[in-house]
Design a protein around this ligand. Structure first.
Ligand code: FES
Ligand SMILES: [Fe+2]
Length: 403
């Protein structure tokens, strides 16, 4: 990260801490219509135009450690295999046999030399090519080359693998460009996969996402945890094109170190913005990561129905030199889970409120503008003309986007 950008965030935190109100030219944000969280018709649009057409994080390359390693995901709503080929390239395919749609793999993960459909035995390479089928004599003129597994876009952000069901999607490198630059300071190619865990929550996916896009709630629900070490009043925010955003929150004391990270290997090239403050990224739509020079969780927010979701935490850290994960991690993750439990406590009650006549919409303040920015992008992805007028979000923040 260049010195000008470092300075932009340092100045930003100072400005936010000292201001007496929002900047004079900052617009009054319109209410977010409540129906965007509960109306089935709207959530169907979201499924089709957001979840099926976005870059979504699936795994770290460590989780596909050798040629033939694969995993099966249904996160986008379709069954998709992500597999490391013999050529070490990681690809994604629909888990859908080109004969009559039989599943190519049945296990959630594993390692294989190739794929044999369980239904009638059509055989594919790890690269998706159809190479054999039973009783070929009865498939007169079948063009096997045209029956390869259907590929899904699969690209990497450093060693993190993302998929996108939209064949026309913008290349991942362009899409996440500001974050590629920002992450370089962490030497992310040296980072390793630590562990993952997940929790089912009874709320619409956006209810919980929203909580991770602002720090306005710290004083109420993280009184004895995060609020002790982070000063939410100094949070500076950068909004980027494509719905992405970043907030950097200053530590209350500049020399503060998270006790859970003491003794862990630390990236020495991290700038002061990341080493002495708390940056948290939103890779639109559903990846939030607060990055520390000693490691980071990728928090993933997945809809499981209109009214339920699953949050996953995938942990990564600078290489600890091989071998099993150091014991220190148990304490660090336990600390984090305690904070996460604080964040989850109101989710179900909020969902119930949203489904009642008591909830009409959400007024957002200046500190909550990342949520507004997220919703604006959702309408752009869906196509505003498809969104019923009463559920639209008025575009207001484009001119605040940074390059
Ligand atoms: S469905 Fe796969 S071989 Fe028939
Ligand atoms: Fe929180």
């Amino acid at each position: 990260m260049d010195t000008a950008t470092v300075q932009r965030f340092l100045d930003g935190m100072k400005y936010e801490a000292e201001r007496t109100g929002p900047p004079a030219d900052f617009p009054q944000l319109a209410d977010i219509p409540g129906g965007r969280y509960v109306e089935h018709e709207f959530l169907q649009l979201e499924r089709e135009f957001l979840w099926k057409r976005s870059w979504l994080y699936i795994c770290h390359v460590d989780e596909l450690s050798q040629p033939g390693s694969f995993l099966l995901t249904r996160k986008t709503g379709s069954p998709i295999i992500v597999v490391r080929g013999k050529d070490d390239v990681i690809r994604a395919f629909y888990n859908t046999c080109r004969h009559r749609g039989g599943p190519i793999v049945k296990a959630d993960n594993g390692c294989s030399d190739g794929f044999v459909c369980g239904y009638h035995g059509w055989t594919y390479t790890l690269e998706g090519k159809l190479i054999n089928l039973r009783d070929k004599r009865d498939f007169v003129g079948l063009d096997m080359q045209a029956r390869s597994l259907v590929q899904v876009r699969c690209e990497r952000f450093y060693n993190w693998v993302f998929i996108n069901e939209d064949p026309q999607a913008q290349p991942l490198e362009e899409h996440f460009a500001p974050f590629i630059e920002y992450f370089r300071q962490f030497q992310p190619l040296q980072w390793r996969f630590v562990m993952q865990e997940g929790f089912d929550v009874k709320c619409n996916v956006k209810v919980l996402m929203d909580a991770f896009l602002e720090v306005y709630h710290l004083k109420s629900i993280h009184t004895n945890t995060v609020d002790r070490f982070l000063d939410h009043r100094g949070t500076t925010i950068a909004l980027y094109r494509n719905g992405h955003s970043l907030m950097v929150t200053p530590n209350r004391r500049p020399d503060w170190v998270d006790p859970g990270t003491r003794g862990m290997p630390r990236v020495e090239t991290a700038t002061v913005v990341s080493a002495k403050n708390n940056p948290s990224f939103n890779f639109f739509p559903n990846l939030v990561t607060p990055v520390d020079p000693t490691g980071a969780p990728f928090l993933l927010f997945w809809p499981t129905s209109d009214t339920t979701m699953r949050i996953e935490c995938h942990w990564f850290a600078p290489d600890w030199g091989g071998g099993p994960i150091p014991d220190l991690w148990n304490v660090r993750i336990a600390n984090f889970d305690r904070i996460l439990a604080e964040d989850l406590q109101f989710a179900e009650a909020i969902q119930q409120s949203m489904m009642s006549a008591g909830f009409t919409g959400m007024p957002l303040n200046y500190q909550e503008r990342r949520i507004y920015h997220w919703h604006e992008e959702l309408d752009r992805r869906v196509g505003v003309e498809r969104v019923p007028e009463r559920l639209r979000v008025k575009p207001l923040l484009a001119r605040y986007c940074e390059n």
